[in-house]
Design a protein. Structure first.
Ligand code: Q46
Ligand code: ZN
Ligand code: ZN
Length: 314
């Protein structure tokens, strides 16, 4: 059997990327991964060296790989772990927090923790049981709480930029979902970089062009210990179903996911969805009278309605 060789040095290859027709050894793969991340940061004008970046870390491979790369590239970063109070799967939140803390301690990086049950008096599953309906009710309240917590931490810690570890598989699955319903609003908002607006940091996804298997390879090759399991509430989610479908497509035709996503970004840059959005302008932003964060609804924002009297930000 032919041994795959690194395209740069001829050593045994550790990772093969069919979509780029490229195979690389351990060292050259990590080098390539860092260069490509830097390239995306520049290409999409995500942030500069003098900006402080809040990196949202979940304890998973993507967000820890992202933090590792940004720190090695010399960016000024602070990590944020949001403890959701998920006790299923043998203490999922405690376990993933411990991994994020160990990662930060080993690299002497600053990690902030927002502990949702301590701070707001309820875990995500408890909030969901009290308020939400539907199959993935934990996820619907989780989205609201995470968004609020990330904005709040960015403001408090003086970070104008919020970076998340979304990879190409995540972005392609969201794009697929938005395309199935031709949701123009969502398609317009889906981007590697969302500009800042009053009360909101700029939101960036520097790993958006990497396949999930590449971020996993980076994490493993760089000795990053991460939580392998998905959040127990993700089971059966639309996103996982879409990912499985796109994986089938990718197997038949390597590079499909990257083509799907990058041609979408190109079409959008050429104004593909602009006229559709013109007749349907976004509602003006207002500010929540309790927490001060921007909201599109009059009165309390979604988050403040959800946590009710528990918020210490009142
Ligand atoms: S963490 Fe939260 Fe996800 Fe868990 S409860 Fe759902 S949304 S699945 S990314
Ligand atoms: Zn090599
Ligand atoms: Zn509010």
């Amino acid at each position: 059997m032919n041994v795959m060789r690194c395209k740069k040095c001829g050593e045994k290859a550790a990772v093969q990327m069919k979509q780029h027709n490229l195979a690389l050894c351990r060292g050259h793969f990590s080098e390539w991964f860092m260069e490509q991340t830097e390239r995306s940061i520049h290409k999409y004008r995500m942030f500069k060296m003098d900006e402080r970046v809040l990196v949202a870390v979940s304890g998973g491979k993507d967000s820890l790989a992202l933090w590792d790369v940004l720190a090695k590239l010399g960016y000024d970063t602070v990590g944020l772990y949001i403890h959701l109070g998920i006790e299923e799967a043998e203490g999922y939140s405690d376990h993933s927090m411990a991994l994020a803390q160990a990662f930060a301690a080993a690299r002497r990086l600053r990690l902030e923790v927002t502990h949702v049950p301590d701070r707001y008096g309820e875990s995500i599953p408890q909030m969901a049981a009290r308020t939400a309906r539907g199959r993935h009710r934990a996820c619907s309240v989780c989205g609201v709480v995470k968004r609020h917590s990330m904005n709040e931490a960015a403001l408090r810690l003086g970070c104008g930029v919020l970076a998340t570890g979304h990879n190409l598989d995540d972005e392609a699955a969201v794009l697929f979902n938005n395309t199935l319903s031709w949701s123009v609003d969502m398609l317009l908002r889906q981007s590697p970089v969302l500009p800042e607006s009053p009360g909101f940091p700029r939101k960036v996804k520097p790993l958006c062009r990497f396949y999930e298997r590449e971020t996993a390879a980076y994490a493993i090759l760089n000795g990053i210990e991460y939580v392998y399991e998905e959040c127990p509430h993700a089971v059966g989610s639309t996103s996982l179903v879409n990912k499985a479908l796109l994986n089938q497509l990718e197997q038949q035709s390597p590079g499909s996911k990257l083509r799907f996503y990058s041609t979408f970004l190109k079409a959008k840059a050429q104004g593909a969805f602009v006229s559709a959005a013109e007749g349907n302008p976004e509602p003006p932003l207002q500010f929540c009278p309790r927490c001060g964060q921007p909201t599109t609804t009059a009165g309390l924002c979604l988050f403040c309605r959800l946590v009710g009297g528990h918020t210490p930000e009142a």
